[in-house]
Design a binder for this molecule. Structure first.
Ligand SMILES: [Zn+2]
Length: 338
């Protein structure tokens, strides 16, 4: 064997033992959108679908209002279409005035420019989704730190049941949710099936909007309001219509309360080993910017409004208090002599 042939053979051996070089894939879209701290300037426009899109010209919900407090401020998800923000404000004041609901604790709406998030939801991307906690607002202003730390409380009977606990889920909760459903801008409200069941059984008022309450997994700590695409957003993709002729209290709810939706997923049988090695992926497994509507690239690149509205400034959240020093233990009483 000629020396260079031997060298080439060794080099090939070494190369095959090394990991394949990292491919030059673009960053995940969620990283790009999560790092935008400010909305884009210009008129509001939702682009794309609730689970695949973004929003231009979003408005911030101020962290405090007469009847609301925004929670988890560090996530910076207080931004939405101005119609979403107006609807939250209206719901907060009407619920306080008429429903015996003192105020809203508002969870996630969208990021400043919408888009996918690092954690949590698949939806909430176009500024038309808002989570409202099922705990009433306390009669004091929560500190910024408390808004990070306080947990939402489940309204279910015990963990894992499908039914609400009447101690935790009250007629005022029902009035609040049905008021939200009564607004014409609202297309759907996601609630736990146990909540839908309770309202189906209890509600004696106008039932024409019960159909908007859509049972879904989770949603026993908060309910989720979804608005229709708004005028002026030609790139907003509508979700299919809710059948308003069926209040959803019959077969649909019965299915949600059956075992079927809760059965553990069947174990996946591993695929047979392919004969040939799988071809190198030509794209990453995660969502990249070019998977979103093209206009979302412009939304990401657009300048922020100048000056930035005060409400859109994210306050600095104080760090949690330092952990206390370890206890030395009680001094024995009476002290031993000497
Ligand atoms: Zn939600």
């Amino acid at each position: 064997m000629h020396w260079f042939k031997a060298f080439a053979a060794v080099a090939a051996l070494v190369a095959s033992a090394l990991p394949a070089p990292a491919q030059d894939f673009p960053p995940p879209a969620k990283v790009l959108f999560a790092s935008e701290a400010e909305p884009s300037a210009g008129p509001p426009q939702s682009v794309g679908f609730y689970t695949k899109g973004c929003i231009a010209g979003a408005e911030a919900l101020p962290i405090d209002g007469p009847n609301w407090q925004a929670m988890r401020l560090s996530r910076n998800r207080r931004f939405g279409h101005p119609d979403t923000i107006a609807l939250i404000k209206r719901l907060s004041s009407e619920a306080a005035q008429y429903d015996g609901w003192p105020g809203l604790l508002v969870g996630d709406i969208s990021q400043p420019r919408g888009g996918p998030m690092l954690s949590g939801h698949a939806s909430h991307q176009v500024g038309l989704d808002a989570d409202i906690w099922l705990n009433p607002m306390p009669d004091r202003r929560l500190t910024l730190r408390e808004r990070e730390d306080i947990s939402a409380v489940s309204v279910l009977k015990n963990d894992g049941t499908l039914f609400v606990d009447p101690e935790k889920f009250t007629p005022a909760h029902e009035r609040l949710i049905m008021r939200a459903a009564s607004y014409p801008e609202v297309q759907r409200i996601f609630v736990h099936p146990g909540i839908k069941k309770a309202i189906c059984e209890d509600w004696t008022g106008d039932r024409s909007n019960l159909a908007k309450l859509r049972p879904y997994y989770g949603h026993h700590y908060h309910f989720h309001i979804r608005l229709f695409c708004r005028d002026g957003s030609p790139g907003c993709t509508a979700q299919n219509a809710v059948n308003m002729k069926d209040d959803g209290c019959g077969d649909h709810l019965a299915w949600w309360l059956s075992d079927e939706p809760w059965a553990p997923a069947k174990p996946v049988t591993p695929p047979k080993k392919p004969e040939k090695p799988a071809p190198k992926p030509t794209r990453p497994a995660y969502t990249i910017l070019s998977d979103l509507p093209a206009a979302c690239t412009g939304v990401l690149e657009a300048p922020s409004p100048s000056p930035l509205p005060t409400a859109a400034v994210t306050p600095k959240i104080p760090l949690p208090p330092l952990a206390p020093w370890p206890e030395i233990g009680p001094v024995p009483q009476p002290r031993p002599a000497g």
